[in-house]
Design a protein around this ligand. Structure first.
Ligand code: PAF
Length: 275
């Protein structure tokens, strides 16, 4: 992969990479479409990264429909699908692991210790193997985007990180590979997450800037949903992930909930034209 990528770069071709764990859906399609528009070459990586799953998480049962993914990418027209094995990414001699620093310990990081160390370690390796000029990530995984950007700045990596807006089902549920785990009742409940975010975005537009009150609105809306447990809801600064004294346009409301054992995350940028 690296030899091919270096050859493309030497030939003057820009490379866009879309790192994925497979089980591709419309959200990934939009990442690929954007990469396709902006780069001569597009590489999609498919790798279910064991390093970012906790011991009690779903690494073993994470969906791996590779043939389906390949057909989907063939139809979209990509230049390479990079689908390494765990041993190729983490051979026995592999030792280094990135430390995401304090931004990795809050929100998702607090609920999933070690998760972002695993994400950044694999993303850095994928960047080295695919030599991208641009890399595409979904805005749904907002904290992941913040941490990857921090890593790019810290290590002066010559990659531009592009965050692509979340793609949603008709009822507002953010599309995610994990939605297939939802049973029909949970699936019916799940759109309340987007409804809560939209309500908060509306309150912000109407003049409410007190983080605690904005969070309270979301909390109330989510508390009314049957079978849903709130993990966190927080207004954060888009770069530092700190809670601002007052929300401003560009502040982000982030939410994580559980429906049964299924964890769903979503967010909304306050003051954005379309929530
Ligand atoms: O967002 C994902 O699918 C994964 O975290 C990523 C970026 C492919 C790293 O394994």
């Amino acid at each position: 992969m690296q030899e091919q990528a270096i050859a493309w770069r030497h030939a003057g071709d820009d490379i866009g990479v879309v790192p994925t764990m497979g089980a591709l859906h419309a959200g990934h399609d939009s990442l690929v479409a954007r990469a396709r528009r902006e780069n001569r070459r597009v590489i999609v990586s498919i790798f279910v990264n064991p390093a970012q799953f906790g011991p009690n998480e779903d690494f073993d049962k994470y969906p791996r429909p590779f043939d389906q993914d390949r057909n989907r990418l063939d139809a979209l027209g990509v230049d390479a699908i990079f689908h390494p094995s765990v041993d190729q990414i983490y051979p026995p001699a592999f030792k280094t692991r990135l430390d995401p620093g304090p931004l990795g310990d809050v929100l998702e990081g607090r609920s999933r210790p070690g998760h972002f160390a695993g994400v950044l370690t694999v993303v850095l390796k994928l960047f080295s193997l695919t030599q991208p000029k641009r890399a595409y990530f979904g805005q749904k995984d907002f904290q992941q985007v913040v941490l990857v950007r921090q890593m790019v700045r810290d290590f002066a990596l010559p990659v531009r990180i592009v965050a692509v807006p979340t793609v949603r089902e008709a009822d507002g549920l953010a599309i995610s590979s994990r939605n297939v785990y939802l049973n029909p009742t949970q699936r019916q409940t799940a759109p309340v997450i987007h409804q809560a975010l939209t309500q908060v975005a509306g309150a912000f537009t109407a003049g409410e800037t007190e983080p605690a009150r904005l969070e309270g609105l979301a909390r109330e809306r989510l508390a009314a949903a049957h079978g849903l447990t709130l993990d966190y809801v927080s207004v954060v600064d888009e770069t530092t992930l700190r809670r601002p004294e007052r929300a401003i346009p560009g502040s982000v409301l982030v939410v994580a909930v559980k429906l049964g054992s299924i964890r769903l995350i979503d967010n909304v940028v306050l003051g954005a034209e379309r929530p």
